[in-house]
Unconditional design. Structure first.
Length: 107
C-alpha cells in the first residue's frame, strides 16, 4: 500500500510540476513572445538579405572575371596586330631602301 501512496504522491507531484511549467511557459510567452517573434523575423530578414548580397557579389565577380578575360583576349589580339604592323613597316622600309639603293646604282 505504501508503494501505491508513494506512486500517487510522485504522480501528483509530477503533474503539479508539469502544470507549473506550462504556466511558466504561458507567462513567458505573454511577456516575451512578441519580442521573440519580432527578433526571429528580423534575423530571418537579415539572413535573406545576406543571401541576396552573396548572390549579387558572386554575379559581380563572375561578370568581372568575364570582362577581365575579354580584356586579356583583346590585349593579346592588339599585341599580335602591333607585331604584324611592325613587321610590315620593317618590310616596307626594306623595300624602300632597296628601291633607293637600286636608284643610286643606276646613276
Amino acid at each position: 500500500m505504501r508503494n501505491n501512496k508513494s506512486d500517487a504522491k510522485n504522480g501528483a507531484a509530477e503533474g503539479a510540476a508539469m502544470i507549473e511549467a506550462d504556466t511558466i511557459d504561458q507567462v513567458r510567452e505573454l511577456l516575451f513572445g512578441a519580442t521573440k517573434r519580432s527578433t526571429e523575423s528580423r534575423l530571418d530578414d537579415i539572413d535573406r538579405q545576406i543571401a541576396l548580397m552573396r548572390d549579387d557579389i558572386n554575379a559581380r565577380f563572375a561578370s568581372l572575371e568575364a570582362m577581365l578575360g575579354q580584356q586579356g583576349r583583346d590585349t593579346d589580339s592588339k599585341h599580335s596586330q602591333s607585331i604584324d604592323n611592325i613587321g610590315q613597316a620593317i618590310a616596307e622600309l626594306g623595300a624602300t631602301i632597296r628601291t633607293l639603293g637600286a636608284g643610286g646604282k643606276a646613276r
